[in-house]
Design a protein around this ligand. Structure first.
Ligand SMILES: [Fe+2]
Length: 185
C-alpha cells in the first residue's frame, strides 16, 4: 500500500471505531469529497497532489478522535505521529501539518502555500455535497426550527462560497451554489 492508501485506511478505521465522536458518516459524506476536490484542484493549479490527498484524509481526524474543539491542532499532532511511523519525508510532513493547521475557515490563520489554500477551498466546497448533513446539524445539534435552519444553512453556504480562494474552485462548485441558493431563498 502506498502512503496515501495507508492514511486513508487509518482514517477509515478511526471513523469506524465506536469512540468516533461523529460516527462513521464523516468518512463517506465529507472526507471522500474533500479528497476528490483537492485532487481536481491540484491538477488544475499544479500543486502537490500526494501531500494534498494525505492532508485531505487527515484534516478532520482530530475532530473524530478528540472532538471538534482545537481539532486543527490535535489533527496536526495526529498527522505528525502517523506520518513519522510511515517514514514519510519530513519536509512533506511539515506541509501536510500546515494544511491541517490552517484549514478552518473560522480560524484567521494566514494561509501561505498553494496547498493550504486548496485544502481550505476543498473543505468549503464539500459542504455543497452534503446539504442534508448541514440541516442535520441545524436540527439535531443546534435545535433550530425549520425557518431558522433554512436561514442558517443558506448563510453558512454563502459564507463558504465567499471565502473560496480560486476561480477554479468557484467554477467547479457554481452549479451547486446557484441551485442551493435558489432553493433556500
Ligand atoms: Fe473538513
Amino acid at each position: 500500500m502506498d502512503v496515501v492508501q495507508e492514511i486513508r485506511k487509518f482514517v477509515e478505521d478511526e471513523c469506524r471505531k465506536p469512540t468516533s465522536k461523529y460516527g462513521f458518516e464523516p468518512f463517506p459524506y465529507h472526507f471522500v469529497q474533500v479528497v476528490e476536490y483537492v485532487g481536481q484542484l491540484a491538477d488544475r493549479l499544479g500543486a502537490d497532489k500526494e501531500v494534498l490527498s494525505i492532508a485531505a484524509w487527515l484534516h478532520d481526524i482530530g475532530s473524530i478522535i478528540y472532538g471538534r474543539e482545537n481539532h486543527h491542532i490535535t489533527g496536526g499532532e495526529t498527522a505528525d505521529k502517523k506520518l513519522k511511523e510511515l517514514n514519510y519525508p519530513l519536509e512533506k510532513t511539515e506541509l501536510v501539518k500546515k494544511c491541517i493547521l490552517n484549514h478552518r475557515g473560522s480560524q484567521d490563520n494566514e494561509r501561505k502555500s498553494l496547498e493550504e489554500k486548496i485544502l481550505a477551498d476543498a473543505d468549503a466546497m464539500s459542504n455543497f455535497d452534503n446539504i442534508s448533513g448541514i440541516f442535520k446539524a441545524a436540527f439535531v445539534y443546534e435545535n433550530k426550527n425549520q425557518d431558522e435552519a433554512q436561514e442558517s444553512v443558506r448563510k453558512k453556504l454563502e459564507n463558504k462560497w465567499s471565502k473560496l480562494h480560486f476561480d477554479d474552485s468557484r467554477r467547479i462548485i457554481k452549479p451547486k451554489y446557484e441551485a442551493v441558493m435558489l432553493l433556500l431563498k
